[in-house]
Ligand binder design. Structure first.
Ligand code: DOR
Ligand code: ZN
Length: 347
């Protein structure tokens, strides 16, 4: 059995870092293992313009631990008044690596997102022209559509029509959670990629709801039936270039999770790499881990792979990690997979 695994250092292609005290508290958790991350722009207020992204990038760099080489890859939050020329300039300067589409109301801080796709076509046409990817939160927000169906309905009614209208647009389906998402991504051609989170490889909706409601397993898109989780596992461990890691690690303080109306988000930055090693080992697919965490993402984004390594070691005894990260904003609970994890990252 493999006991020792050295990978090209991984990247996280979907990450929430927040701002201020929370940023300060959670950034070291990602910077410890990952070389780069695509940084989500759903701050309050959101990161809409190139100038706002540049200022946010400076705050992230200022919050990095001494000596860290971590690179934040910035994104812009798409609104119906986004200026195509501002997006193009932010891309041309190298600052911005993607634009994020949140359907208005779909998730945390998405009320400033898009209601009418027609209104953002000029921006999307400019992005197609310059090769700037669109990262998509793929859920409809129509109240009549059941929350467990929102991803599949989005693919049929929004994503597929958009890609027929603008086939040159590079699109990342973020945090896919369904068989339908896997199937659409597999058939999507070279302009399509899909990120998969660590927690969606581990959770189905029973984990969230059976025997008591588990607020730290609540995220969006919400975990689905077991057959969907198995489809995600097969996709992630297949080595197929279309699929890559985007943790969607989304810190909320415990008080905002453990309450009558709790926030969506699982915080996996601390233990994602050991959890993934365990998941891939359990499926007999350790050889495909590096493609998922370190090769497929850079290939889609047209970036070089990292030139440093990360070493994982398998121990006979189950490994532990901090139960919570104590930030100045409050404690954040680290995702607990509910099974023994024998892998650890070696310093
Ligand atoms: O679970 C989630 N948390 N899903 C999202 O789409 C947003 C994120 C957050 O920002 O908390
Ligand atoms: Zn997210």
């Amino acid at each position: 059995m493999t006991q020792d695994l050295t990978l090209i250092r991984p990247d996280d292609w979907h990450l929430h870092l927040r701002d201020g005290a929370m940023l300060q508290g959670v950034l070291p958790e990602t910077a410890r293992h990952f070389a780069r991350a695509i940084i989500m722009p759903n701050l309050v207020p959101p990161v809409v313009t190139g100038a706002q992204a540049a200022a946010y990038r400076d705050r992230i760099l200022a919050a990095l631990p001494e000596g860290s080489a971590f690179q934040p890859l910035m994104t812009l939050y798409l609104t119906e008044s986004t200026d195509p020329e501002d997006v193009a300039a932010a891309h041309a300067s190298g600052l911005v690596k993607a634009v994020k589409l949140y359907p208005a109301g779909a998730t945390t801080n998405s009320h400033g997102g898009v209601r009418d796709m027609d209104k953002v076509m000029p921006v999307l046409e400019k992005m197609a022209e310059i090769g700037l990817p669109l990262c998509v939160h793929g859920e409809v927000t129509t109240p009549e559509v059941d929350i467990f169906d929102r991803e599949a309905v989005f693919i049929d009614t929004v994503l597929a029509p958009l890609r027929r209208r603008l086939p040159e647009l590079r699109v990342v389906m973020e945090h896919i959670t369904t068989e339908e998402g896997v199937a659409y991504a597999r058939e999507g051609g070279d302009t399509l990629g899909a990120t998969i989170t660590t927690h969606h490889l581990i959770l189905n909706r029973n984990h969230l709801l059976v025997g008591g409601i588990r607020p730290h397993y609540y995220c969006l898109p919400v975990a689905k039936r077991e057959r969907h989780r198995l489809a995600l596992r097969a996709a992630a461990t297949s080595g197929t270039g279309r699929f890559f890691l985007g943790t969607d690690s989304a810190p909320h303080v415990d008080a905002a999770k453990e309450t009558g109306c709790g926030c969506a988000g699982c915080f996996t930055a601390t233990n994602t790499m050991p959890l993934l090693a365990q998941v891939f080992e359990d499926d007999g697919k350790l050889h495909a881990l590096e493609a998922f965490t370190s090769l497929n993402g850079p290939a889609f984004y047209g970036l070089p792979v990292n030139d440093t390594k990360l070493r994982l070691v398998r121990h006979d005894t189950p490994q532990t990690w901090p139960e919570k990260i104590y930030t100045e904003a409050g404690p954040v609970t680290v995702f607990n997979p509910g099974f023994p994890v024998h892998w650890a990252v070696e310093a």
